[in-house]
Design a protein around this ligand. Structure first.
Ligand SMILES: NC(=O)c1ccc[n+]([C@@H]2O[C@H](COP(=O)([O-])OP(=O)(O)OC[C@H]3O[C@@H](n4cnc5c(N)ncnc54)[C@H](OP(=O)(O)O)[C@@H]3O)[C@@H](O)[C@H]2O)c1
Length: 280
């Protein structure tokens, strides 16, 4: 697992539950309760790399590391020859649906036109392409907003930082972290020749963020913050927050669910938030 963050840790746990040995890399090392020989430090900007001999025999790799601040892929720029020397059968690369850019609220599928306008999405698309050209058996997973236990609107509602913003026609797609794990396992179980090169993993109910916030407040039994109009609050937001609202698309998981037969554990935010509330 290159990058042991939110999704990486969750996937590693699922594999370990199946009896697989999993190595994880992190820039800072494991938390005290996670100390083990299976943690390797990988911090390319600091010149820290896992020793080649510790990776010997690795057959499957999941890359969860985003492009670096210069827009390059930190793994490919530093570990490409190490990876090429391994007997790899599968390299999963977690990307984002940001590579589609703005589609005016329309559905996007794996073959939809890619027109990223944001710099970080252009960098992401370049990294996707670099992985595809790496000669490794790469499968790209495009993800919308990831949520789940410990990463949900509940925290913001509890600490009073949630914002109820209305922008007419704006929707967001999302995916529960355990459906990322489930989709990865589903694709891994397929014969290599049948794995599509690119797969969107998303739930089936893109909707306005006000809808998910309303449902989260209902589950918590707390009040919603006051409504704010996008045209009033947009200009006061930081560039990162504003950029999320600057694009509108619905990510389709038709390929994953209807063609490849994956059954989403959390087809909408309703099941996903219910499952996350007690696990924070
Ligand atoms: N969060 C979302 O809603 C979302 C949506 C769509 C796609 N994605 C993408 O999907 C992937 C997984 O998301 P996630 O939320 O599970 O990620 P995450 O929790 O942020 O974990 C990313 C991991 O990559 C490591 N990392 C980041 N930059 C690095 C660098 N320059 N060099 C070495 N290691 C680095 C992080 O290490 P540290 O712990 O040291 O930072 C962390 O272990 C990411 O590529 C993310 O951009 C995320």
């Amino acid at each position: 697992m290159l990058g042991a963050g939110y999704s990486g840790r969750r996937f590693a746990q699922a594999l370990r539950d199946r009896g697989e040995r999993v190595l994880l890399t992190d820039r800072h090392g494991p938390r005290p309760e996670e100390q083990s020989d299976d943690w390797l430090r990988f911090d390319p900007a600091a010149g820290v790399f896992p020793e080649r001999k510790l990776l010997a025999g690795v057959t499957h790799v999941l890359v969860t590391i985003p492009p670096d601040p210069q827009g390059a892929d930190p793994v490919l720029t530093t570990l490409a020859s190490t990876l090429a020397s391994l007997p790899l059968q599968w390299v999963g690369y977690l990307s984002t649906t940001g590579v589609y850019g703005d589609h005016g609220g329309d559905w996007v599928r794996e073959d939809s036109v890619l027109r990223p306008r944001l710099e970080r999405s252009q960098a992401r698309l370049a990294c996707e392409q670099a992985w595809r050209c790496s000669g490794l058996p790469v499968q790209v997973f495009r993800l919308p907003a990831i949520y789940g236990p410990g990463r949900s609107p509940f925290d913001n509602l509890r600490n009073g930082t949630a914002r109820l913003i209305h922008k007419p026609g704006q929707v967001f797609s999302r995916v529960h972290v355990d459906d990322i794990v489930g989709a990865l396992l589903h694709c891994l179980a397929m014969p290599a020749a049948e794995r599509p090169q690119t797969v969107i993993v998303a739930d089936r109910e893109p909707c306005p963020s006000s809808e998910t916030l309303g449902f989260a407040a209902h589950l918590l039994g707390c009040k919603l913050p006051p409504w704010q109009r996008w045209q009033d609050v947009g200009p006061t937001m930081g560039p990162m927050a504003r950029s999320f609202w600057s694009e509108n698309r619905r990510a389709s998981s038709e390929l994953l669910c209807d063609s490849l037969g994956y059954r989403l554990r959390y087809p909408s935010y309703r099941e996903g938030l219910r499952a996350s509330i007690n696990l924070i």
